[in-house]
Each structure stands twice: as structure tokens, then as C-alpha cells.
Design a binder for this molecule. Sequence first.
Ligand code: C5P
Length: 326
Amino acid sequence: MPVTVRSFAKINLGLRIGPRRPDGFHQLLTIYQTIGLHDRISVGVGRGTGIEIRCSNPNVPTDQSNTCFRIVRLALDALKIKTRVVIDIEKRLPVQGGLGGASANAVATLLALERALKKSLPAAERLRIAAEVGSDLPLFLTGGAVLGLGRGEQVYPLPDFPATACVIITPQVGVSTPKAFAAWDRQSDQKPDRKSARKLTLPASSDRMVELGRELSSQLSESYSGAPFRRGRRENPLFELVRTGIQNDFEQVVFPEYPELSEVKHALERAGAKYASLSGSGSTVYGLFASKAAARLAAAKLRKQGWAAEATSTLTRRQYWSRIWV
Ligand code: C5P
């Protein structure tokens, strides 16, 4: 019997890009947050060898370039198992970026594969394999609110924010992540303040990242040392956090290139979002709302304006893990 799992998406609550490292990757500081939108992945194992991927969406590769293919190969090697693996991807998430769809699919495949084989990898091995396939995979082994460091693959579970209503819009614009990083580097080289910061400091201690780190930790420690959050009593700590001015650095290079995405951010703000931002390097833009009703109303209004808006909610770590198995 194939094992089926929900492969939930993520958004980035703030993303700061640091210096390019000697390995070509950029140092990052971000908070990942899992959300309710998802694909479904089924994994079956059987006699023989080979990895087969089936997906009715023609934009999803079914060859060895697919992240699911790559993670299965690494997992089978680590487990020293030879078997045939069939992966069915029911694509519901937009294939365009920002939601970590392909990364989430790979992690969901790994979890389903382990269950189908009735074998499990040690947690550290699972994380190593996930990070080898891509920077955005390890967060899906944690779920909820996750601090991402390094090239994004070093993940630390954060105390969860309450589940918060949100609206997701992913315009049909293909933003290339490596190109967005390259544009960031070009822009940084033109700004003397950033250039000197990059020259003066070790890659591990970009001033701007330290500054965001301080903002986040002071905000989080305040949020969690104060009175416990109760709906209607105190403001949702997530709104307190976004009010500190966290930003996604990619907006500075992606919005001028794709003005439509900046338009989407403004449309979300006009529709009542308490905070709206690009997720990752886009094209996904999300808005956080005060209530589910407000998010649903905004999504309906935005759809009338021609945007493919979907209302959903952020998922706490507990919700993420309790809903993953179908
Ligand atoms: O690791 P992942 O496959 O998601 O990265 C895709 C590309 O994005 C990398 O090849 C690299 O060019 C760029 N990248 C980067 N710095 C990061 C993450 C990704 O430069 N922290």
C-alpha cells in the first residue's frame, strides 16, 4: 500500500541576505513559517529497482532533476536498500517559487518512503540528506516557526506563533533565485555602505544580519516572557514581530524587475492585510490578517480584481505534524 502525506508550503517572515560565501551560497537569516496550503505525495515501494515519478502537471519534472528523485536516491543509499520506488505528486501548490513547494515535496517523500519501508534514518542523517538536496528542505523536518541560518539549511525551531490567517497570491511570473541573488550582489557592490561592511567583516558577522538577529531575539524574548497570548486579550505576537520592521531583502531587487509583484503587495495591504511581503525570492506574495473571516473576505475581493488569491492559515509545529499523515 502506498503511503500518502500532505506536503505543506512555507512562507518567509523576514529574510535578510548576507555576504556571498566562498562556496557561492549567500549567508541568510530568515524565519520560515509553515502554512496550510499543500500538495499530496504518495510513495509506494515494490520489487525491482528504479525511481518513477508521476505527476499530471507538465511543469513538474519527472526525471532525476526532481527533488523527490534526488532525496530518494540519497535515502536508499544511506539505508543500503535496493527497491523500486513510485512517487505520485498531486500538485495543488503553484509551481512558481516562494512557497518551497519542491523542497516540501522532497521532505514529504522522504517521510513517506521511511514509513513505506518501515525503516527510519537517524534524525541527523535525515537533516544531512535534506540539506544536500537544497537549502529550503530542512525547515520541513521541523515545521511551525523555524529560524533559518547558514545558507538557510541550518534550522532551529522557534516558539510557535498562534495560527494566523493569511492570503497567498502567486502570480505566473518565474523569478530565478540564483538571478535574484546575483542582482542583490550587483546592488550591494554599488552601495558603498554595504560594500565596506562586506569587506570589513568576516562572512559570519555581517552587520545587517547581526542587527536583524538582535531585533528578532529582543522581540521574541519579549513576546514569550510576557503574559501568554490569548485571543482577544493581547495582540498576536506575530503582528508584534512584523511591526518591528522585518523585511525580505529580495523585495529590493525583485520588485523593480517584476512591478506586478509590488502591485500584489499593495493590493493585499489595501484589502486589509496587517503585513504583506514577498516570500523567498517570489513570485509568492502573502498577507497576514487579523481573522479567518477577514482573510476570506480579502481573498474574495482580490479574486474579483483578477488575482488568484487563496485564504489559508499558518500552521503551528503541532498542527503541521498532526496533519501531515493522510
Ligand atoms: O539550495 P538551493 O537549491 O535552494 O539553491 C538554489 C540556488 O540559489 C543556489 O544554486 C545558489 O545559486 C542560490 N542560493 C544562494 N544562497 C543561498 C541559497 C541559495 O546563493 N543561501
